[in-house]
Design a protein around this ligand. Structure first.
Ligand code: NDP
Length: 435
């Protein structure tokens, strides 16, 4: 089965796509449209589950549909909170102190500069949020009280902002357009949309972490504060799950520059998929465990606590070290050393070098193993009464399996025989000896 895409001239455009490509690009126009409509509904449904359905996945006797519909009605207050937060983060991205870091080589040989001022933006954000809480002006629990409306407003914002990014990408960098509106809206029209178009404010880099990732942390702390208000303590399950997620966010900012060699920054266009993923999906669904744990207070068995800590420590180590090995190598291939030795790599006809030392000799995406272990450790403290807090590891495993196939497909197209040589040298996709 093939689907023909209208094409105009330009690098990166395709005349025809295979079934494989269709699957890897999220089902073509129909699949993209389905995701554009369904992902926001899923996000709202999860809110229903933990807030108005007793934490169960399927509607039961406790289901309060009218309360839910009332709760998700957009409010001006929620709109001010969401947009205010977005603008505040944008101001920090633009003006907070930091350094300029070069990205990797683009197809046309240029290297864009990025404002890596994440650590100072992060610290200022938390100082403001906690300052407002302690002063009583804006208590943390307001984020949770307004959450339903905030999700609705966030969704509407993403639809509009993705539309703006489509228009902006089309205007400033139309080389990646396929000509199919829904696909370009979903996958993105521009590759590195900036403001001004040759300026420093990079929309994709900004959205990748600032508004969504920091909000994820703020919401987790807000859920902890709500539990404390209700019960007079914060449960160990909540502390372990939320604190480890919070550290993941902190770790991102400590190693912010490492994001510049990831797939999102290097390969993806900036469309609804990343806009919604970064700004709504991450803060509103990655917080499900904490949301669930607020009112599901249980004694955490010692085995679960020990296993949670062990999975988190191991996962974080793998995730961080694997990603840093690639980042260090790509930043300076000739002088990089891994495990005390000069690195080994495969040179490609395109000029890029593929690392085969360290964990990158074990499998082609060993970093994903780290992510999955951490995802399990964040859900384990919730134990097994409901499937709701287990959504994240299940979804994430599917995402990473699909992501690896996508990356493999596009790298094989890009590197051709060099990629085959690399795959022969590193045959395992994710888990050495298994997959
Ligand atoms: P990678 O960081 O593995 O990046 C893949 C890209 O790296 C390839 O497209 C290729 O690009 C380059 N590459 C591949 N193999 C090599 C090699 N041997 N040597 C040098 N460069 C190579 O993947 P992701 O961007 O998917 O993931 C980054 C991290 O982010 C992972 O830990 C992942 O789990 C995590 N993640 C987390 C998400 C979340 O929601 N929490 C969502 C998605 C990812 P090129 O050659 O063109 O440079």
């Amino acid at each position: 089965m093939t689907e023909t895409i209208p094409s105009s001239a330009g690098e990166g455009q395709r005349d025809e796509e295979t079934l494989e490509e269709l699957v890897l690009e999220f089902g073509g126009t129909f699949g993209n449209l389905t995701l554009i409509l369904s992902l926001p509904l899923i996000t709202l449904y999860f809110y229903f589950c933990w807030r108005f359905n007793g934490g169960d996945v399927l509607p039961g006797a406790a289901a309060d549909w009218s309360g839910f519909l009332e709760g998700i009605a957009p409010t001006w207050k929620a709109a001010a909170m969401f947009i205010g937060w977005f603008v505040f983060q944008g101001v920090l991205q633009q003006w907070a102190p930091g350094t300029l870091t070069p990205g990797t080589d683009l197809e046309d040989g240029r290297r864009l500069m990025y404002q890596t001022n994440g650590p100072s933006s992060f610290i200022i954000s938390l100082a403001v949020v906690f300052g407002l809480h302690l002063s009583g002006i804006f208590p943390l629990r307001t984020w949770i009280d307004e959450l339903g409306a905030l999700i609705s407003v966030g969704i509407l914002f993403c639809y509009v902002f993705a539309g703006f990014m489509y228009w902006w990408g089309k205007r400033t960098d139309p080389r990646h357009l396929t000509g199919s509106f829904f696909r370009d809206y979903f996958m993105g029209a521009g590759h590195n949309p900036r403001f001004p178009s040759d300026g420093l404010f990079d929309f994709k880099f900004f959205c990748e972490a600032r508004p969504g990732l920091i909000l994820w942390l703020v919401l987790n702390v807000a859920f902890m504060s709500v539990q404390y208000e209700r019960y007079g303590f914060v449960s160990w399950a909540m502390i372990l799950s939320a604190a480890f997620q919070m550290y993941y966010v902190v770790d991102y900012f400590i190693n912010e520059a490492a994001v510049l060699t990831t797939m999102d920054i290097k390969h993806e266009n900036f469309g609804f998929m990343l806009v919604f993923g970064d700004l709504a999906w991450v803060p509103f669904t990655y917080t499900l465990q904490a949301a669930y744990l607020v009112d599901h207070v249980h004694e955490l068995p010692m085995w679960a606590a020990v296993l949670t800590v062990a999975l988190q420590v191991l996962g974080l180590y793998i995730f961080r070290v694997v990603n840093l090995q690639k980042h260090t190598f790509r930043s300076d291939p000739e002088n990089a050393r891994i495990w005390g030795k000069p690195v080994e790599y495969i040179s490609t006809a395109r000029g890029s070098k593929l690392l085969v030392s360290g964990f990158w000799g074990w499998s082609r995406h060993f970093n994903y193993v780290g992510d999955i272990l951490m995802a399990i450790s964040w859900s384990l403290p919730a134990l097994f009464d409901s499937a709701l807090p287990w959504f994240y590891p299940v979804y994430f495993a599917i995402l990473l399996l699909h992501r690896e196939r996508r990356d493999n497909y596009f790298c094989s197209k890009k590197y051709g025989q060099d990629w085959e040589q690399y795959c022969a040298r590193v045959p395992w996709r994710i888990i050495p000896g298994v997959y």
